[in-house]
Design a binder for this molecule. Structure first.
Ligand code: ZN
Ligand code: ZN
Length: 406
């Protein structure tokens, strides 16, 4: 995107009223609640305001490269170029099997729809994370980062969605058109029952202002039970479930920032999600930089059977490093949180930052080797691929398999 267009997009987005972001003040304020309103990272990050944005676009325009952004990647081994770990653009879609997913209530599955959008099925509950289905991740329909791969699963091919997890309010994670479409779809598919949207603090008021009311908001470490029959109020436990299938969702810290326009920087919270099923645990990191915050998540809520961790949108490091991990950092998160297996998200779908779109998986291969991890410990999959978790004896979880369980 040209710098002029980027600037215009932000200026036009700045028309949103900041009163929408009002946050209730509490006397005993957690450390990540900014006394002047809004939120702070656990470890301070440099500002991501307009001056930094303009500096980045200016340097991008002039092709200024930073040595810390360059990595020596080994040449692709013969016969592998174009496979999932050495991808060539355009990225091919793996056909999804919507009928199989709709029929599956038994096995945990993960289906990558693209970017950080994925369908997760746990204990008969269908969750959709960070639904982004629009053409552009922008307040405008004619400019801003444009997707290069269509969603692997169209909205009308999804099974009924019970729970939507939103990690933060950036346009590539919170797509209002997609949220409205999910609600519309529920009117015919599951009359009287909309999905419940689980969102970070501050986002509920924003969504209500946009006419979206089926929302529950979370601070870091808040947890709630949600499922096919809606959700349960804070403080109640899984044992109190009356009917239907449920999971427990926990909102966890991340190192990032939020904004949808000018004047709302960090006025709403950001984070990751943990989904606890009866015998399957899942972690999604949201958008995050690396900081010593992940061991805590692993100790409190791990180990995880599967983790979805971002591996793309990391260059230039001076700008992106504090808020977007690269594959090497992603491997550290995988280890910190005690994930048995991880899968890379936030790559290969939208051209947002300076690294080539096909670089993250190649770099992940190298980062995994350096860390001594077997290839199946941190996977990349094609857009549209489904992973499912077979059940071993006594609820044990052998490695995930690719494909829809039958
Ligand atoms: Zn973000
Ligand atoms: Zn993002």
């Amino acid at each position: 995107m040209k710098p002029f267009h980027s600037l215009m997009a932000l200026l036009l987005a700045a028309t949103g009223a900041s009163s929408e972001w009002a946050l209730a003040k509490t006397p005993d304020r957690p450390a990540h609640h900014d006394p002047s309103g809004g939120f702070l990272n656990t470890y301070p990050t440099p500002s991501h305001g307009m001056p930094q944005f303009l500096k980045w676009r200016w340097q991008h325009w002039w092709g200024i490269n930073h040595t810390e952004d360059q990595v020596e990647l080994p040449p692709d081994p013969p016969g592998t170029t174009g496979d999932v770990e050495h991808p060539l653009e355009p990225f091919p879609l793996t056909p999804v099997d919507p009928a199989c997913l709709a029929a599956n209530t038994r096995h945990p599955t993960y289906t990558w729809i693209g970017h950080s959008t994925f369908l997760l099925q746990v204990d008969g509950v269908n969750l959709l994370a960070d639904p982004y289905f629009s053409d552009r991740a922008s307040p405008l329909t004619f400019m801003g980062p444009k997707r290069v791969v269509p969603p692997a699963l169209a909205m009308d091919q999804l099974p009924p969605i019970h729970v939507v997890l939103i990690s933060h309010n950036h346009y590539d994670h919170m797509d209002l058109a997609a949220l409205r479409a999910l609600n519309e779809r529920a009117k015919t598919n599951t009359p009287g029952r909309q999905p419940i949207l689980l969102v970070p603090l501050g986002v509920k008021a924003y969504l209500r202002g946009k006419g979206i009311f089926n929302v529950e908001e979370f601070d870091w470490w808040d947890s709630q039970v949600a499922g096919t029959e809606g959700y349960r109020a804070k403080g109640q436990t899984l044992a109190e479930k009356k009917s239907g299938s449920t999971i427990e969702a926990v909102f966890v810290p991340a190192q990032h920032f939020t904004a949808r326009g000018a004047g709302d920087l960090n006025k709403t919270l950001w984070g990751g999600w943990v989904v606890k099923g009866k015998t399957f645990r899942f972690y999604y990191a949201g958008d995050t930089g690396y900081a010593p915050i992940f061991q805590d998540i692993g100790q409190r809520l791990g180990p995880f059977d599967l983790a979805a961790i971002p591996i793309g949108a990391y260059n230039p490091r001076w700008m992106m490093g504090p808020v977007h991990v690269n594959p090497e950092d992603a491997v550290k998160i995988h280890q910190d949180i005690r994930a048995r297996q991880s899968v890379g998200v936030h790559w290969g779908t939208l051209s947002q930052t300076d690294e080539p779109l096909s670089e993250p998986p190649r770099r992940l291969v190298q980062a995994r080797q350096t860390a001594g991890l077997a290839p199946d410990r941190f996977l990349v999959v094609r857009h549209g691929a489904t992973l499912w978790s077979p059940e071993g004896p006594q609820g044990a979880r052998p490695p995930l398999r690719e494909g829809c369980p039958r």
